[in-house]
Design a protein around this ligand. Sequence first.
Ligand code: PLP
Length: 468
Amino acid sequence: MSLNADWMQRDLAVLWHPCTQMKDHERLPLIPIRRGEGVWLEDFDGKRYLDAVGSWWVNVFGHANPRINARIREQLESLEHVMLAGFSHQPAIELSERLVAITPAGLSRVFYADNGSSGIEVALKMSFHYWRNCGRTGKKRFVTLTNSYHGETVAAMSVGDVALFTDTYKALLLDTIKVPSPDCYLRPEGMSWEAHSRAMFAHMERTLAEHRDEIAAVIVEPLIQGAGGMRMYHPVYLELLREACDRYEVHLIHDEIAVGFGRTGTLFACEQAGIVPDFLVLSKALTGGYLPMAAVLTTDTVYRAFYDDYASLRAFLHSHTYTGNPLACAAALATLDIFEQDNVIERNKALAARMARATEHLKDHPHVAEVRQTGMALAIEMVAEKAGKVAYPWQERRGLKVYEHALSRGALLRPLGSVVYFLPPYVITPEQIDFLAEVASEGIDLATRDAVGVALPTGGPQTFHDPG
Ligand SMILES: Cc1ncc(COP(=O)(O)O)c(C=O)c1O
């Protein structure tokens, strides 16, 4: 038995994997990874895979990055963890100072959580609690865009709208208000991204006008709706949203968990709209993809509304055991050093242009409706019929065919339904981008070649997606 097969057998005897129908592994091989280096992951039989999706969008400077490794090792020698209530430590203080310095002016307080979904819970609870502390107890609903994804905990699911993940749990979810997304894939033919995003804002304006007294916050994934299929929109929407949130006295929460740290072409997506959200939620690439951590940044106005004598019961009594873990902070500090020292955002421009060039030909593919890109995120939408953008039935799992082909060629591409995408680490080379584009083209050819002989059950979600 190969080493891979041996590890797979042991795994399948005891593990339950995330976002997986475990029965798939009766047919699909599970890939046990022995080591990682740069953009490469290597399995136990020595086969290598180019990590085109940054291991669920977290890895920006490569696996086993020597600079991040060294910083974590150094931290390990002095302090692995201490609770952050009543105690503090150098890495948390330094990281908070640096996050305040690099995010838009006005975000002056940092609260930590230990994964993206928990960071979303913090922002939602803080917003609701702020209004309560201000005597506005009616403001307790959240507005979200259709096709959003904000995580898997119950409140985070409530502000999400990817049916595959949320429909089953509907009975458990908060009563949120859903507004049609400015998703530019859905724009009328010939309309620009800007004009479409601007036009779609009318729905948001109406909702805010009608429900202002009951809305605590609007939450958005700025510029890219990731798990919803890497759907993209124009920054003008965020500009309009900021202005309207101010006008209607509603908080704006930016979930930059997936898009923060350079993915959209600027360090943070909100910079492209020139706005400051009331809450900025960061995670994933925050630690370079090493350790789970989230940071929620907010304003002095929000912070002050909680600051009072204990007996007033205005404090934010929310905690996660590993809040501000020193090893995660050390990984984040090393990650910020690399951003600063290596001029990453500027260098990424050439890589983004290379991704565009390498996939340009796919625009003419008979089963590709769109090749879209925002900075270092590029997505290719496969369709049954190009005219009218007719989607493949989700049950056909066309993306899975691309995934399997890519594995055979030594690349990790994990499509979202019929959307093949690249979210590579920023240490990828131009030649490696060309290789990915070649593998994706072959995979798309194979996946779209024939009719797929599956019996289509009726009902169920309209899309097959995967949370990154
Ligand atoms: C935009 C967005 N928000 C929240 C989350 C949830 O983060 P986590 O998986 O760390 O809970 C994700 C994860 O993919 C995400 O893409």
